[in-house]
Structures are given as structure tokens and as C-alpha cells.
Design a protein around this ligand. Structure first.
Ligand code: 26V
Length: 812
């Protein structure tokens, strides 16, 4: 092991030789990346082992965070940061002729998630380890993660994400920890002499779930937790037997392949539930592997089953892993011989659930026939949970058929996963204050009325280590120079910056760093896309999944409007702007793809028109991902958070941008409400309908987009350009669908309704930005209040209120 630069250089050269048979002179950058990764993995190994031993000895309560997605991105930079080795390694590599930044670029993003929900899980792991808490992730090791997006002729084209084609240096395969997961077959029951029922599952298909463990290194802490990613492997014996039974030897390989499909790819849609059988298989695969593995670890402690909830917390990230509930019941009853009542008490006391969306089209409901056929025993148990739940309701609300029908877990031929999650857990939380209120008072009102004590709020957070210290080292440095380094362990102390809100030196420093970051991004854009940008212009950033409710269309229409204004008056007084977009659309989401095409069309028109070129640029950055976010966010001045109020559960990009000194332009939605509350009216640009107004319109009608279109001339002229002859439509019908959605289908997301207010806020930004000093002050105030949005705060709340765990033995 190494503790200084010279020792590092030696260890690194030895690693190159031993692992790759290369010398420093012959090694490529990929070689150097792999050698460095493997060196660090070994160094992590010791603390990893010690952490696990400590947890076992102290019989520490373990949290297992079940999530279908962990959008962890690259690990090299973050691990170096958390191990506090950045400088030693960077300098050592430099001496040997390598650049650390370039080596980091050799790592593929682990894109094992769609967006907010998956990235949140990754931030939580970082906080758990950094706070010295015993919390681990259980996920799937998808062979193909989030698709690679390329923009060809303005359209999104998807390519498979081959992230494993290069060795993933951080993982360790652990075949000895594998478990069996069963699908299909039949269940029979029999009674023993004492009248106890026993269930026998037969004729099932069995696969192996093999874990690949990834260490999660805490910052300046001796804790290394585990992200356990499960991969499917066909059980050869079983597959051969099955082929023999069916007399289908010829199809042995086909059968094997179909089993292996389970951990093949991530479903790249986070907004439309499709009821796909393979997705259900994936969910049960994760759940069954995870539950069995958690139960196995508990059994090592040699405690009575009643102690299970004191030693194990099972958290489900949205309803995707909701089958944890019937699966734990199955294991406790069928394998460990517990009775229903005891098993149920243990299950409910161990499981907790986070809801991440109120969009009805994203709520999971599986067809009864599919669940029964694919998971017969799980279906039986779920039916029994439903039966008992409905009976208890009947006692509490005798005769209230409607209420009971509405609450039932199984109804209308479907298994409702949110209902199962609420009934089977002791805690249900939303992800921002407004979102939790909407759950309690509207979407889940009937459940809230039944179990008010189970509902609570946990406003999301982001790890300030990746999103500030790693992504924006100069800014982190300035903060430490200004207020000392305590904020690193206690991000709430960022408020100490407020004392410098009028300090010209600090504000200059802040502006200077932002400027440098913008220049860096501009030069990268120039190198990769050939578009030349003005780093003095306002960098206005809209980065997130493409979705109707996130209203990239509102931003796009507004850019068309500005373009028109400059064309009419080329000497218009405005601060030059660069609009950045990054967004992936789900493969089958036709409307979202049209909006991508529209943004790229606008970019094409604007960027090639010399009349506007010193005032306006539009850049669509393809393949938005964690590592791309790390490039963009430090350079942002304006953070677009313009969802239709009530629709964005929280948002976390808003927090990342705020922490990097961007000012939010947003609706009063999700966590924007809490950002507004902290920074005050002067340091945020809010506009548009409130969530109450939106919900009222949805409930009672009364909105007519046609009327806005007819009365607001700016809106009409702009929207007409989508279909009439214009630089954007070129006489084509390409954008007819968008036009129709706005004008003829009553504009589901209130784009036209909010247009004027949005344009007015943008105009205000245009004025305010020109006052450099006061803009810097606003930016500083945002950074100062961003500590509240560190995921350390969020995780401390989960730990105290939901999981009931406390740290053991950290350096802090
Ligand atoms: C739903 C579905 C349904 C169909 C199959 C695949 C799939 C995958 C994921 C989802 C859930 C998406 C929910 C989600 O990502 N919500 C976001 O969660 C963030 C973290 O809490 C929050 O900041 C965002 O506002 C919220 O949209």
C-alpha cells in the first residue's frame, strides 16, 4: 500500500506490470485506468472486510435499500475523493506522464438507472457510507444500462449501452453468496397431523442469482458498505432436466438464453407502466435474491426471529420491489416454519416504502393472471394478505363496500403494487414536502385516512461530495478558503457563507470560478460539436428526462419567441444567452421524441443565423448522463425547473444546480417550494400556476388553451410557427402533433397558460444578470442554503425516523 506520492508511483508501476504485463512507457491510458482501478480496489478491500466484521461483531442493524435502479455513474473520481487520495494520485500520475482527468474519462458510466429515482439511490449510498451507517444497496447488474442516445438528423436514435465491454474494475463476483430464484410451476398444500398447512412448490424453473459486490467508500470514514448487484445465471442441471422433460433438447440453448434475459437490460422508461412479463421477472428476481440474502445474514446472528426487525430494515425504492413483502412472508412461513401472524408482524415492522411519483400512468398494477402464472406462491400469499386486509377493513368500516373496494390490493383483475406496499410496510414517505402533502390529501388520501401514522415526508437530497467537491473543485476550494472546511462534514454550515454576501472579494472569486467553468464547457462543446459559444452569455440549463410534464416545450417555444424578437429588432437590448438541453426520451414516447426533434430544429435555425449569432445559441447535448451532468452543472447560471405544478415529486437536478450557484427559474413544484422558502423571493424566479390551481383545473375543468391561443398574440404567432411556413417548420407537418396537443387537445400540461408568466420571468433574468455583483450575491445565497439539500441530511432523517439506526465507530 502507499501513503505518499513516491510509494504510489511504485505501487502503480508494479500493478501495471503484474496485472497487464506493461511498463509505464508501454501502457495506454486504458491500461493505466485499469491498473489504477485495481490498485484502489485492493486498497479498499481491507476496510471493506473490517466494516463487515464490525457489523457482524456488533450485531449492527443492517438496512437493505432495494432498488431496480442505481445510477452511479463513474466511480474513480468519487472513490479517490472519498479516500482523500486525489492529490497524491494526480501528482504521482503526472510524474509518470498520465493525467488523472483523462484516465477518469476511460471509465464507462454505470448507467443502471433512468433518472431521478436511480440517481437518488446512488446519492443515498454515498451518504450512508460517509455517515458510517450500515446501509447497502440491492440492485440488478444489467448487462446493458440506459441506452446510448445519438442525435441523427435532429432525431433521437438509441444504441445499446455496452458498459461492461470494458472490465468494471470495482466489482467482485461472489459465487459463494449465490441464491436460487424460482419461477412458474404449481403449488399444492397439505395438512400435517397438527392441522398445520404446508405448501409444496413443484415443476418450477430455477435460476441462480449471483451477486457482484461493489464497494461503497465513505468519505473520510472507515466504513465501506456494499452495493450488491445481482446477475442471473442459468442453472445448467435444471435447464437440461427441463429440456429432457419437455423432450426439447434442441431448444436447450434457446431456453438458457431466455432465462439469462432477466438481467440483460434496464427498462428505459420511467413514466409508462406497460405490464411487461420480463419486467415482472426482473422485479421478483431482485426481490427474492435480496430477501434470501438478507435473511441468510440475519441467521448468522443466531437470534430469535422476533428480533428480525431490530436487526434488518428492508426499504423499497418505489413499488418496483414491493414483492419483498410476500417474498419475506414466503421465506418465513414456508422455509422457516413461522405462522402467518408472526411472519406478518415481522414483515410489516421491517419494510418501509418511498413513493416517487403521483403520475397515474407510472403506477404499477400487474394483471392477476400474469402474477399467478409466473409466481404462484407469491400470488397466493398476496391474495391472503388482501383477504385479511379487507376483513380488517370490514371490521373497522362495516358496510362500506366502496371504501374497501378502493383500498383493496387486488381488484379489477390487477395486483396494485402501491396498495401492497402501503399495507405491508410501517412507513410510507414522499420525497418533498409538497409531494407528501399531495399524497396525503389527494392521491393516497383514503390510505392516509386509514393509517395516518405511517405517512411522513423525507425531502430528497444529493451528495455534496460528488456534486460539489468532485464536480466543481474550484468552488469547493473557494468555500473552504472563505468559511473553513467544517461544511464538508456538516453541509448545513454552508450558511456561514451568508456573512460574505456583500464581500466584493468573495463575490469576484465566485464570478471568476463560474466564468472559468463556462469557458471549460464552451471549449468542450466546441471540440465535440463544433459549435462556438460565448462564455459571457447566460448559460441557461434544462437537463432531465424528456417528459410532457417537465415542459421542455415551454422553454423551446420561448426560445422561438426570443428568436423572433431579435429578428424583428437585431439591436434588441438583451444579455446574450446560451440555452443548453440534455434529455433522453423513452423509446416508445413518440411525443417526447418530437420535442427533441423540435429543440434540435430550433438549434439548427438559431445557430446558423448570423443575425442572432451574437445573442442566441441553442445546444442539445446528446446522451445526457451522470458524467455529462458533472460537466454542465458547474457552468450553469440558470436552472430550468419548470414542470407543471404538482407533477414533479421533488426534482434533484434543481438541488445540484443550486449548490453550484445557478439561480432557479421554476414553478412552485416539488422541492422548488423548499428552495424558494430558503432563499427568498429575491434569489429565485418563480412563475406560473400553483399546484392547487392545476389540480383544481384537472378536477373541475375550466381551462381553455384555445382561448389563450386566441387572445395572446405572442403565443399564437409562436405556436403557429410550428405548422405554418416558418424557419422552424419549413412548411412541413413534422410538428403538427405538438401544435394539436397545445391548441386542439387543450394543452394537458398548461404550457400556453404559463407562457406569459414564464417569458416575464425570463425577461427579469435578462435584466438582473447584467448586474454582475448582485447576480453574484444571489448565486452565493443559493450556495449558502444548499446544505439543506445534502443527502446526508436526508439520510439522517431516514435513519432516525424510519430505519432507527445510528452510526458505529467512524472517524467523525
Ligand atoms: C416508473 C417506471 C414505470 C414503468 C417501468 C419502469 C419504471 C421505472 C421507474 C419508474 C419511476 C420513476 C419515478 C421517478 O423517477 N421519480 C422521480 O424521483 C425523483 C427522486 O425522488 C424525484 O426527484 C423526481 O421528481 C421524480 O420524478
Amino acid at each position: 500500500m502507499f501513503s505518499d506520492k513516491e510509494e504510489f508511483k511504485q505501487a502503480f508501476s508494479q500493478k501495471l506490470e503484474a496485472k497487464l504485463g506493461k511498463t509505464v512507457e508501454t501502457a495506454t491510458e486504458v491500461d493505466a485506468y485499469r491498473a489504477l482501478g485495481s490498485l484502489l480496489r485492493e486498497r479498499i478491500g481491507k476496510k471493506w472486510l473490517e466494516t463487515n466484521q464490525r457489523y457482524e461483531q456488533e450485531k449492527e442493524k443492517q438496512v437493505y435499500y432495494f432498488s431496480m435502479e442505481f445510477l452511479i455513474g463513474r466511480l474513480m473520481g468519487n472513490n479517490l475523493l472519498n479516500m482523500q487520495l486525489v492529490d497524491v494520485v494526480a501528482e504521482g500520475l503526472k510524474d509518470l506522464g498520465f493525467d488523472l482527468g483523462e484516465l477518469e474519462e476511460e471509465e464507462s458510466d454505470a448507467g443502471l438507472g433512468n433518472g431521478g429515482l436511480g440517481r437518488l439511490a446512488a446519492c443515498f449510498l454515498d451518504s450512508l457510507a460517509s455517515l458510517g451507517l450500515a446501509g447497502h444497496g440491492y440492485g440488478i447488474r444489467y448487462k446493458y444500462g440506459m441506452f446510448d442516445q445519438q442525435i441523427i438528423d435532429g432525431n433521437q436514435i438509441e444504441f445499446p449501452d455496452l458498459w461492461l465491454s470494458r472490465e468494471f474494475v470495482w466489482e467482485v463476483r461472489r459465487p459463494e453468496e449465490a441464491v436460487e430464484v424460482r419461477f412458474g410451476g404449481h403449488v399444492s398444500s397439505s395438512e400435517d397431523e397438527d392441522g398445520n398447512l404446508h405448501f409444496d412448490h413443484y415443476d418450477y424453473e430455477q435460476v441462480q442469482a449471483v451477486p457482484y459486490d461493489v464497494p461503497v467508500v465513505g468519505y473520510n470514514s472507515d466504513t465501506v458498505n456494499t452495493l450488491r448487484l445481482w446477475s442471473v445465471e442459468a442453472n445448467l442441471d435444471d435447464t437440461i432436466k427441463k429440456a429432457a422433460r419437455l423432450n426439447e433438447f434442441g431448444n436447450f440453448l434457446g431456453h438458457k438464453r431466455s432465462l439469462e434475459a432477466i438481467s440483460e437490460f434496464l427498462y428505459p422508461d420511467d413514466s409508462h407502466e406497460e405490464g411487461k412479463r420480463l419486467r415482472l421477472k426482473q422485479e421478483y428476481f431482485l426481490v427474492s435474491a435480496g430477501v434470501q440474502s438478507a435473511v441468510r445474514a440475519f441467521e448468522q446472528l443466531d437470534l430469535p426471529w422476533s428480533a428480525f426487525p431490530e436487526k434488518v430494515a428492508l426499504h423499497i425504492n418505489d413499488t418496483h420491489p414491493a414483492m419483498v413483502i410476500p417474498e419475506l412472508m414466503r421465506v418465513l412461513m414456508d422455509e422457516k416454519q413461522l405462522g402467518w401472524k408472526e411472519a406478518w408482524k415481522i414483515t410489516q415492522a421491517s419494510v418501509s416504502y418511498t413513493n416517487h411519483t403521483t403520475l397515474s400512468e407510472a403506477l404499477e398494477a400487474w394483471p392477476v393472471d400474469m402474477v399467478r402464472q409466473l409466481l404462484p406462491r407469491i400470488f397466493m400469499i398476496t391474495e391472503e394478505i388482501n383477504e385479511r386486509f379487507c376483513q380488517s377493513l370490514w371490521k373497522k368500516y362495516p358496510g362500506e363496500f366502496d371504501r374497501i373496494a378502493e383500498l383493496a390490493i387486488i381488484a379489477d383483475g390487477q395486483v396494485k403494487m402501491a396498495h401492497l406496499s402501503i399495507v405491508g410496510s410501517h412507513s410510507i414517505n414522499g420525497v418533498a414536502r409538497l409531494h407528501t402533502e399531495i399524497l396525503k390529501l389527494r392521491e393516497m388520501k383514503i390510505f392516509y385516512d386509514t393509517f395516518p401514522e405511517r405517512f411522513n415526508n423525507k425531502t430528497n437530497g444529493i451528495t455534496h461530495r460528488r456534486w460539489l467537491m468532485h464536480a466543481n473543485k474550484p468552488l469547493a476550494g473557494l468555500i473552504t478558503d472563505t468559511i473553513g472546511e467544517d461544511w464538508i462534514n456538516e453541509p448545513a454550515q454552508l450558511t456561514d457563507l451568508l456573512a460574505y454576501r456583500d464581500d466584493a472579494g468573495v463575490l469576484d472569486g465566485l464570478n471568476h470560478i463560474k466564468q472559468k467553468n463556462k469557458e471549460k464547457l464552451a471549449s468542450w462543446v466546441y471540440q465535440t460539436k463544433g459549435i462556438s459559444l460565448d462564455p459571457q452569455s447566460i448559460f441557461d440549463v434544462h437537463i432531465k428526462r424528456l417528459h410532457g410534464y417537465k415542459r421542455q416545450l415551454l422553454n423551446a417555444l420561448h426560445i422561438m419567441h426570443i428568436y423572433n424578437k431579435v429578428k424583428m429588432d437585431p439591436s434588441l437590448d438583451m444579455a446574450p444567452r446560451t440555452f443548453f438541453f440534455g434529455a433522453k426520451a423513452a423509446q416508445g414516447y413518440h411525443y417526447a421524441k418530437k420535442i427533441i426533434k423540435l429543440i434540435n430544429t430550433i438549434a439548427d435555425v438559431v445557430n446558423n443565423d448570423p443575425v442572432v449569432s451574437d445573442k442566441l445559441k441553442v445546444v442539445f447535448l446528446e446522451n445526457y448522463s451522470v458524467s455529462l451532468a458533472e460537466r454542465i452543472i458547474p457552468a450553469a447560471n440558470v436552472s430550468e425547473q419548470i414542470s407543471t405544478a404538482s407533477k414533479e415529486a421533488s426534482g434533484t437536478g434543481n438541488m445540484k444546480l443550486m449548490m453550484n450557484g445557478a439561480l432557479t427559474l421554476g414553478t412552485m413544484d416539488g422541492a422548488n417550494v423548499e428552495i424558494h422558502e430558503l432563499v427568498g423571493d429575491d434569489n429565485i424566479y418563480t412563475f406560473g400556476l400553483s399546484s392547487e390551481e392545476v389540480l383544481e383545473y384537472y378536477r373541475s375543468g375550466g381551462y381553455s388553451s384555445k382561448q389563450v391561443y386566441e387572445t395572446d398574440e405572442v403565443v399564437r404567432l409562436t405556436v403557429d410557427q410550428l405548422i405554418h411556413y416558418s424557419p422552424f417548420s419549413k412548411g412541413d407537418t413534422e410538428f403538427q402533433e405538438i401544435y394539436d396537443s397545445l391548441v386542439h387537445h387543450n394543452d394537458e400540461f398548461f404550457v400556453l397558460k404559463d407562457f406569459a408568466a414564464y417569458a416575464a420571468s425570463q425577461q427579469q433574468i435578462n435584466f438582473d444578470y447584467q448586474e454582475k455583483q448582485s447576480w453574484g450575491k444571489k448565486s452565493l445565497i443559493n450556495i449558502a442554503h444548499a446544505g439543506k439539500f445534502s443527502s446526508d441530511r436526508t439520510i439522517q432523517e431516514y435513519a432516525a425516523d424510519i430505519w432507527r439506526i445510528a452510526p458505529v465507530n467512524t472517524f467523525k
